[in-house]
Design a protein around this ligand. Structure first.
Ligand SMILES: Cc1ncc(COP(=O)(O)O)c(C=O)c1O
Length: 469
């Protein structure tokens, strides 16, 4: 069985990545139709003159992303849900009264790692050549330079089917969600679903836009998609690559079921891809958007990769919602700072963001390892949950622990952190757990901070701190 794949494109990238991308693109563009059985790994490896391992890994990655299915005895085939949609071109922290010694609060990357010199150079370079005319009111969607750079970046790194015409630059994801919900409300949506537990901004922004919000539970395989059809919602917001905060990846069969549901019920999926660049044990699964650009609003931002203070995010909107989003945006504001957008465009186009990601990925991985090891040493009754990814981890406490008392006791010791309850709308819906952001904490501080958390757990349990350190 022959398969036409051009592995010369993107020369320089590792073979496995090129093969993955070629296969993904072939499915996205409808060259490989649902149900088509692919050559065996041995046969494709021989055809492409690559080692079999390259093909095995590429197939495995695309199975994880839901583009392919692998069945014992039946080989690997294009998933039925991986439907072609036409060519891409067509288109909380509590107030503390004590000094914070260890800051595990959620959501912050290593602020000392911000590439100041590269940012300054990018800003200077882009501003020097900026025509005077571009300092006026521009396209409300954002500077075309950034939209083009992001379209290429997101296609390359996240498997997103991006078209600059459908990209909107926002003042971060939170602001972007506000726009999305208003556009959906204008289109007749009244009820939406969000993850439980989930990022509080999901439900806060939806309520603020006048929508009814229905929480949907999450388990170890991500959002429980089977619960959606009964809810009568017109959209769902979710974090499929790394559920916030539990750290689960949306399982392949749920990705497929979610897309089926969205098509059947004419619903919109709001995919928040907030920290997908940071996965430490393997490549992240590709974005859902790549499988259904007509059903998914894709949201991302520079808050985890660079710094929240930039306040730069992006929304990739299905073609049918672009006009409504432009109208809504025009009535709200005139877009974001152009010089800042141009600096980011320059940073991305010159490969500086990629370099920064390589550096910070190593750093965050070491911090996560330090966290896991400190938990093993000081908190043997607790468990770090979720995949090795992102800038935070959920620490499941032993049953019966009073989460609120642990958080309070930790705060009194100068350890700032959140309990899982901060991410829940329904009181008592999750067993006791802590959410530990490790992105902005050094490895030695992580070890000492976790030892303090262990003390807080003992003190909350009313025990004397007598356990061995
Ligand atoms: C799930 C999730 N999405 C997005 C963001 C980024 O939000 P923003 O871009 O508004 O800074 C965060 C930040 O903590 C987050 O937790």
């Amino acid at each position: 069985m022959e398969l036409f794949l051009d592995l010369h494109r993107g020369n320089g990238a590792p073979l496995r990545r090129r093969l993955e991308r070629e296969l993904r693109t072939a499915v996205q563009q409808g060259r490989l139709l649902p149900g088509v059985v692919l050559p065996s790994t041995r046969s494709l490896a021989a055809q492409l003159r690559v080692s079999r391992g390259v093909v095995v890994e590429a197939y495995a990655q695309l199975v994880a992303e839901g583009y392919l299915t692998a069945r014992q005895g039946a080989g690997t085939a294009v998933a039925q849900s991986a439907m072609a949609v036409g060519p891409a071109s067509r288109d909380p922290a509590p107030a503390l009264t004590v000094a914070v010694r260890y800051d595990f609060r959620y959501g912050v990357p290593d602020l000392s790692a911000f590439p100041r010199a590269a940012w300054l150079a990018a800003g200077a370079r882009s501003l020097r050549v900026l025509p005077d005319a571009d300092l006026g009111y521009g396209d409300v969607r954002g500077a075309i330079e950034l939209r083009q750079a992001l379209a290429a970046y997101l296609g390359r790194v996240r498997g997103v089917v991006a078209d600059p015409a459908r990209l909107f630059i926002s003042g971060g994801t939170r602001q972007g969600l506000g726009l999305v919900w208003r556009v959906l409300r204008d289109a007749g949506v009244r009820r939406v679903a969000v993850e439980e537990p989930g990022w509080p901004a999901q439900h806060e922004t939806a309520r603020d836009a006048g929508l009814q919000v229905v929480p949907v539970a999450v388990d170890g395989r991500g959002l429980i998609v089977d619960d959606l059809p009964a809810l009568g919602v017109g959209a769902v917001a979710l974090t499929p690559a790394h559920q916030c905060p539990t750290g689960a990846v949306l399982a392949p069969e749920r990705r497929a079921a979610l897309l089926d549901w969205a098509r059947r019920d004419d619903a919109i999926l709001v995919e928040d891809d907030y920290d997908a660049e940071y996965r430490y044990d393997r490549d992240p699964v590709g974005a859902l958007q790549g499988m259904a650009p007509d059903r998914v609003v894709y949201a991302g931002s520079a808050s985890k990769t660079l710094a929240p203070a930039l306040r730069i995010g992006w929304l990739l909107v299905p073609a049918q919602l672009v006009e409504a989003a432009v109208t809504r945006r025009m009535s709200a504001d005139r877009g974001e700072s152009v010089p800042a957008q141009l600096a980011l465009a320059d940073l991305i186009s010159r490969g500086e963001l990629d370099r920064h990601l390589r550096r910070t990925r190593r750093r965050y991985r070491a911090r996560r390892d330090a966290l896991v090891s400190a938990v093993g040493q000081h908190l043997p009754g607790a468990r770090v949950e979720g995949i090795a990814a992102g800038l935070h981890a959920v620490l499941r406490l032993s049953g019966g622990t009073d989460e609120c008392a642990v958080v309070r006791s930790a705060q009194q010791r100068g350890v700032a952190l959140d309990g899982l309850a901060t991410f829940c709308q329904l009181p008592g819906s999750s067993p006791p757990a802590l959410v530990l952001g490790y992105g902005n904490v050094s490895e030695p501080a992580i070890a000492r901070g976790v030892a303090e958390v262990a003390e807080a757990c003992r003190s909350a349990a009313g025990l004397r701190a007598s356990a061995p350190r």
